[in-house]
Design a protein around this ligand. Structure first.
Ligand code: ZN
Ligand code: ZN
Length: 353
């Protein structure tokens, strides 16, 4: 609340009177990216989901800069987050969206009505001495890395006024920006966007949200395949966190990157598209017009046929692995093309309905 208040009052007044030079702007972005990525790449994908393994320099830096976001120590953050995935959209979900947008965004932190749940789901992290060290010295690390360092760098650049600028811009305003970026994942990413993989929970995919959240906006995919190191699973989807992890692998600082197979992802999309189609065809409240119904039925028949062909092909592939590999690969590529076409047809039919 303090950082939000100062960012909305003191910071604009200060900028109006004294302006910010290029050094201060660069420092803001450096701290924003370093601390933001420490949450998405470190706290979230590495520590909470074990989506890859990282060597100690990566763990150390993400723990130092992660603390500087003032979002709690990694143990507490991960414990809450694992509880969110396990009990999503229920009372045991710490940031349960069914209690309202503001509860999921920040209310759950401001009004802790229930007793603090035990950290009983982070036994694996307790074995990491760096995580335990961060837990022990969390507050001093957060203050030194988050506030003292930008103030000190500002002092080196331009004396005491530089120190004040560093503290206000790369310190306070940056904490505010990173915190709300993270909170958006719990609020907006469970409200805005589509659900191409499953409608089992409220998590949604949104390219727009991905831009503001270092790629975490593909949240529907993430809730279905939480161990994948990618959230934006398609190569073109904006996900700087996945690109950073990939780069760390090339630098030999990360390994064992976990990926869900393309077939599994496509099957999931296929099942979800068919479920949506059946729902639409069964809807009697608004009778569909002749041509639309025909389009939907065609699409449904095609998807059904593709699903069956896929199952048969997989069985065949499993039996004669070596002999049929080229044949199976070509057939899978063809099915993928047909599925995409069926999706387009489905979309067109839905728009007409
Ligand atoms: Zn979520
Ligand atoms: Zn997650």
């Amino acid at each position: 609340m303090g950082t939000a208040f100062v960012t909305c009052t003191v910071v604009p007044l200060y900028l109006w009177h004294f302006k910010a030079d290029a050094f201060q702007v660069a420092m803001f972005f450096f701290f924003f990216i370093a601390t933001g990525l420490s949450i998405t790449l470190g706290y979230h994908r590495l520590f909470a989901h074990k989506a890859f393994e990282a060597r100690w320099p990566v763990r150390l830096l993400t723990l130092l800069f992660g603390a500087a976001t003032f979002e709690n120590c990694a143990l507490a953050w991960v414990s809450d987050h694992r509880r969110h995935h396990k009990n999503v959209d229920s009372d045991d979900d710490p940031y349960d969206i069914t209690k309202g947008f503001w509860h999921a965004h920040i209310g759950w932190i401001l009004f802790k009505l229930d007793p603090e749940p035990p950290w009983d789901n982070v036994a694996d992290l307790r074995k990491d001495p760096l995580v335990m060290l961060q837990d022990r010295f969390y507050v001093p690390i957060a203050i030194v890395v988050g506030f003292v360092t930008p103030a000190f760098l500002g002092y080196l650049h331009a004396g005491w006024m530089g120190a004040l600028s560093g503290f206000l811009i790369a310190g306070v305003a940056r904490v505010f920006a990173v915190q709300h970026m993270t909170f958006f994942i719990n609020s907006l990413c469970h409200t805005v966007g589509s659900r191409p993989y499953s409608d089992r929970c409220s998590a949604r995919d949104s390219g727009l949200m991905a831009i503001f959240t270092f790629g975490e906006g593909y949240h529907n995919y993430h809730h279905e395949f939480q161990h994948d190191y990618r959230n934006g699973v398609k190569w073109w989807q904006w996900d700087p966190t996945k690109w950073s992890i990939w780069t760390l692998e090339k630098l030999r600082l990360a390994n064992s990157l976990r990926r869900v197979s393309e077939e599994k992802i496509l099957l999931m999309q296929l099942a979800e598209a068919r479920r949506r189609l059946d729902e639409r065809l069964a809807c009697r409240v608004t009778p569909l017009q002749g041509r639309t119904r025909l389009l939907l039925q065609n699409s449904g028949a095609k998807l059904h046929h593709l699903g069956e062909r896929w199952t048969a092909l997989k069985a065949e592939y499993a039996e004669k692995k070596d002999l049929q590999i080229e044949h199976a690969r070509a057939a899978l590529a063809e099915i993928r093309r047909e599925v995409r076409h069926a999706f387009d047809l489905l979309e067109l039919a839905s728009a007409m309905a």
